[in-house]
Design a protein around this ligand. Structure first.
Ligand SMILES: Cc1cc2nc3c(=O)[nH]c(=O)nc-3n(C[C@H](O)[C@H](O)[C@H](O)COP(=O)(O)OP(=O)(O)OC[C@H]3O[C@@H](n4cnc5c(N)ncnc54)[C@H](O)[C@@H]3O)c2cc1C
Length: 396
């Protein structure tokens, strides 16, 4: 019998297992992941940005974990030789509405205790000659990192401390009794644990239901398509360039991201997904789609965001529409510059009324804890989130 089992080899599960092993060095801890490598889903298919924490509701767990996450991520990566760079980010306003929203965001930055600079149009042009806007917010602490490598290094650190990792193992059953938790794998094996932590990302609701927990949300997948610029455009910007987000939407908008490998990506958009862990444009799962369509929250969310959803779909089909969004602030990018790049799928936890669960969310039972919602910037916040989960499971 293991003292603790953690399900999920994304950045949250691995960070939790690693910190649990540090805090309980004599405990037997097992990390279970269904893929053959760590960080194969959200943690390995994101923008690779270490967010500063400007967007989030002051006082929320998201805001708290993100601010702390920047420091923790920087020091972990520097100590463990993971590629990371604090290149800074500009949030650029391109019209009057965006300018107003940008000023509101500037106020939020100080409420969140962040040091930011407000730039005029001329100051923006001086810093980024290829970018245009009526003004911008400059965030010095935003960075870029190799999240898959960070996840792998945390997994290595976990195993070096005595933890065990079991890849290629899909959990298909969870049964909690008074004395233990029985975890059944697809190959028929049973694993016993005194305590269980589940960090299953896009499958979070399925594993909670598998255990018989009563939940009032469903994970709805949103695909994010990216493009990559050709290598001769790798120096088009020095910072990360983001549009001013629409506060009514949970997405940050198509941004220009310098990646840690030196390339530059554009994206992601936000499209309805029809397969939770499906990355191709035509990927479709009957099970996932039927589950979604029989959930009232899906239809309620669709109704609320119909115009936005249709626009995203149109811009996905019509590449010029996609380009237009980035040309608003970076006019020199052309249609020929949009080279195919990988997609990612975000796990959005949606309630029955169609509202999105915005903050980090866990639910627990006497012997288990499930991470139900760990949206962006959860990769940035992975170390503080893991620490918070340890506090909860160890009741400290
Ligand atoms: C397009 C996109 C862009 C993003 N950009 C950023 C960004 O720039 N910065 C940032 O901070 N955040 C970003 N995020 C958010 C961030 O990537 C996620 O919040 C974070 O990776 C969540 O980590 P996780 O471990 O919870 O989930 P995941 O990485 O999805 O891991 C869950 C793991 O559980 C495993 N699993 C599921 N079911 C089972 C089962 N039955 N048995 C065994 N294993 C199972 C899966 O295989 C998977 O490996 C982005 C996300 C996306 C999708």
């Amino acid at each position: 019998m293991h003292d603790y089992v953690v399900i999920g080899g994304g950045i949250i599960g691995v960070s939790t297992a690693w910190q649990l092993q540090q805090r309980r060095p004599n405990s037997s801890i097992l990390l279970i992941e269904k893929e053959s490598e760590f960080a194969q889903h959200q943690s390995g298919r994101n923008s690779g940005v270490v967010h500063a924490g400007i967007y989030y509701m002051p006082g929320s767990l998201k805001a708290r974990f993100c601010k702390l996450g920047v420091e923790k991520t920087m020091s972990f990566c520097r100590e463990n030789n993971v590629a990371i760079e604090q290149c800074g980010k500009l949030i650029v306003a391109t019209n009057k509405v965006e300018h107003e929203r940008m000023l509101a965001l500037y106020d939020r930055a100080s409420e969140n205790g962040l040091e930011v600079e407000l730039l005029s149009s001329a100051m923006l042009k001086a810093r980024e000659p290829n970018v245009e806007g009526s003004g911008a917010i400059f965030l010095r602490t935003t960075g870029i990192v190799d999240y898959p490598d960070m996840t792998r290094k945390m997994a290595t650190a976990f195993c070096d401390l005595g933890g065990q990792a079991r890849l290629n193992s899909t959990v298909v059953g969870i049964n909690e009794t008074d004395n233990m938790v029985d975890i059944r794998l697809a190959d028929g094996a049973h694993i016993e644990a005194k305590h269980l932590v589940v960090c299953a990302g896009l499958m979070a609701d399925r594993l909670a239901i598998m255990q018989g927990l009563d939940i009032d949300f469903q994970i709805i997948p949103y695909r994010g398509e990216y493009y990559q610029l050709p290598p001769d455009k790798n120096n088009i910007v020095k910072h990360l360039i983001y549009p001013v987000p629409n506060p009514l939407l949970p997405f940050l908008g198509i941004h220009l991201t310098r990646m840690i490998d030196g390339s530059v990506t554009i994206g992601p958009n936000a499209l309805q997904g029809y397969k939770r862990e499906g990355y191709g444009r035509l990927n479709f799962s009957v099970v996932d789609t039927l589950a979604m369509m029989s959930f009232p929250g899906f239809w309620n969310a669709l109704r609320k965001n119909l115009r936005f959803g249709l626009r995203e779909l149109w811009n996905s089909i019509w590449k010029y529409g996609y380009l237009k969004q980035v040309n608003k602030y970076c006019p020199s990018i052309t249609i020929g510059d949009l080279k195919p790049y990988r997609t990612g799928v975000r796990a959005m936890a949606v309630r029955r009324d169609g509202s999105l669960i915005d903050d980090f969310l866990t639910i627990d039972s006497p012997r288990t804890l499930h991470v139900c919602n760990a949206p962006s910037p959860a990769a940035t916040s992975a170390i503080p989130i893991g620490d918070h989960i340890c506090d909860k499971i160890l009741r400290e």
